[in-house]
Design a protein around this ligand. Structure first.
Ligand SMILES: [Zn+2]
Length: 145
């Protein structure tokens, strides 16, 4: 399926499944959907709890976690990323529930410093691309603590 949004690769902040996530990030809050019935976190966002069908409420979490895995991207496969390389993309396991793994960026850190399970903390930064001038989206990124 071809992506036809003219602001790609910015995230689609108007998708109803993820609008609260990006609205929270814009306010400096990391929000994760949590089941109103069983209390478990549900990630990735979906319509209902996959365990019991319960409704979901976006809940603030601490923003602390550990580095589950990462990749140092040194070659841009899309023109939008040409001026961003090298960068670190990662999966961060949240302290509240390590099964919740956010696909994110690790910033302000030399790649050589990264080790598995390293403690990290969220920060909120604008995601911008020169191919989408004048637009940015605040997203959760992580730094080593
Ligand atoms: Zn549930």
């Amino acid at each position: 399926m071809a992506i036809k949004r003219d602001d790609f690769p910015l995230p689609d902040v108007d998708d109803p499944l993820t609008t609260p996530f990006f609205a929270g990030a814009a306010r400096g809050e990391l929000l994760i959907p949590r089941c109103e019935t069983c209390g478990e976190y549900v990630w990735y966002p979906q319509e209902a709890c996959p365990r019991d069908g319960g409704g979901l409420t976006w809940s603030a979490v601490s923003g602390r976690g550990t580095l589950f895995t990462w990749a140092v991207v040194r070659r841009a496969f899309l023109p939008a990323f040409a001026d961003r390389v090298p960068f670190v993309t990662a999966l961060v396991a949240l302290d509240e529930d390590p099964a919740v793994r956010l696909c994110t960026y690790v910033v302000d850190t030399a790649p050589e410093q990264l080790v598995a399970d390293a403690p990290v903390a969220v920060c909120f930064r604008p995601l911008e691309f020169t191919t989408v001038p004048g637009r940015s989206v605040i997203v959760p990124m992580f730094t080593l603590t």
